[in-house]
Design a protein around this ligand. Structure first.
Ligand SMILES: Nc1nc2c(ncn2[C@@H]2O[C@H](COP(=O)(O)OP(=O)(O)OP(=O)(O)O)[C@@H](O)[C@H]2O)c(=O)[nH]1
Ligand SMILES: [Mg+2]
Length: 356
């Protein structure tokens, strides 16, 4: 048994706001989990073959103890289909939203989808960007608790049969995991799963001495964002003249924003390329392994089909041989009966002739 135990008596130690960020593959239920945490429909969540959330969004609630909880929902940031610019832009947006740093990173997996290399890539991307220290902040959230319940299984049952890669991730994250059923209407269940998550957040806070996650790049990005804000304010404070119009001002701000983003993307670019190349290679390997397994299965199917055909043929031959034997036996029996009848007739004729 792992996870985080619920201890209602333990209070979160500081009164500063807590910030959680939801990351994971597109469609795994990040927005739905965000809504379950907040307790209302703040983020758009729906079934779709393409990504639903296009940009990171923040929503806030006040916890029972008065502490403010910020929840950041993100798009499928580390999906292999996205270009580094889009990913860079989202990471920057997300880091800027987490003004006081990140207290926990919720990596969302779905019970309903196969644990693939793409899921693994979310974790390796986080580590590549933020270092192994990020593991101390990760909580794994599994969505689809209702589906698991329908199968009569517990999360432990599910994890027992899960691939080694997932078990390894859980181990690296201190086995902090929570199961969410984002479809439930049961208020007690809803409150229970959020409580379980908050209990994991407490464990993370205790482990990290209450300090939010931050690193050099994180602070650098926040500093750049602050600089940009200050510069923007300065420009906005400038008096508009005939020579310096509102349009000029907007162009200038946009240009600054663009230059800053370019700078940040350059910081990430080499790492992204590395991650994406690695992911592409792993996906290719996974695909060829799957194709090989499928072709082996087809070969096996063909072989068993041939075996069945052979058996059917043997069975048919045995049946025909049996029928031939029975026909022969019937013929012999009829011949014997005919002979007996002949003999009886001859005996009768002899008796009539001699005796009478
Ligand atoms: N049965 C079930 N469905 C769920 C659960 N959580 C999410 N879903 C469904 O999964 C689908 C995708 O959910 P989203 O919350 O939009 O997923 P997302 O990760 O935010 O997706 P993107 O924004 O595209 O990255 C929706 O149809 C949800 O209703 C759950 O616990 N159980
Ligand atoms: Mg979403």
């Amino acid at each position: 048994m792992g996870g985080c135990s619920i201890d209602g008596d333990r209070e979160l130690t500081s009164s500063a706001a807590l910030t959680l960020v939801l990351v994971g593959k597109t469609g795994n239920g990040k927005s739905a989990t965000g809504n379950s945490i907040i307790g209302s429909k703040e983020f758009e969540s729906k079934r779709s073959s393409s990504g639903v959330t296009n940009t990171s969004e923040l929503s806030t609630i006040e916890l029972e103890d008065g502490r403010v909880l910020n929840v950041i929902d993100t798009p499928g940031m580390f999906d292999s289909s996205l270009d580094p610019e889009t990913i860079g832009e989202q990471i920057v947006r997300c880091i800027n939203m987490a003004k006081d740093g990140l207290h926990a990173v919720l990596v969302v997996f779905s019970i309903c989808s196969r644990f693939s290399e793409e899921e693994n890539a979310v974790i390796s991307s986080l580590v590549a960007l933020f270092g192994t220290k990020i593991y101390d902040y990760v909580i794994i959230v599994f969505t689809g608790g209702d589906e698991l319940e329908d199968d009569g299984k517990s999360l432990d049952d599910f994890l027992r049969d899960s691939p080694d890669a997932l078990k390894e991730i859980l181990c690296l994250c201190g086995d902090r995991r929570v199961l969410f059923d984002n479809k439930t209407k049961d208020q007690t269940k809803k409150a229970g799963q959020v409580q379980q998550l908050l209990s994991c957040v407490k464990t993370v806070l205790e482990k990290n001495g209450g300090e939010p996650y931050t690193n050099e790049m994180f602070t650098e990005l926040q500093k750049k964002h602050k600089d940009l804000q200050e510069q923007t304010e300065k420009i906005q404070a400038l008096k508009l003249t005939k020579e310096f119009t509102q349009h000029d001002m907007l162009v200038l701000i946009e240009q600054m924003r663009h230059n800053q983003l370019k700078l940040i993307i350059e910081m990430f670019e080499s790492k992204f390329k590395e991650i994406q190349l690695k992911l592409e290679k792993l996906l290719e390997e996974e695909k060829s392994a799957r194709e090989k397994a499928e072709s082996n299965a087809k070969e096996e199917q063909k072989k068993s089909k041939e075996e069945i055909e052979k058996l059917k043929k043997k069975l048919k031959e045995a049946k025909e041989a049996k029928e031939a034997r029975e026909a022969k036996a019937k013929e012999a029996k009829e011949a014997k009966e005919a002979k007996n009848n002949e003999a009886k007739k001859a005996g009768k004729a002899w008796y009539e002739c001699v005796i009478l």
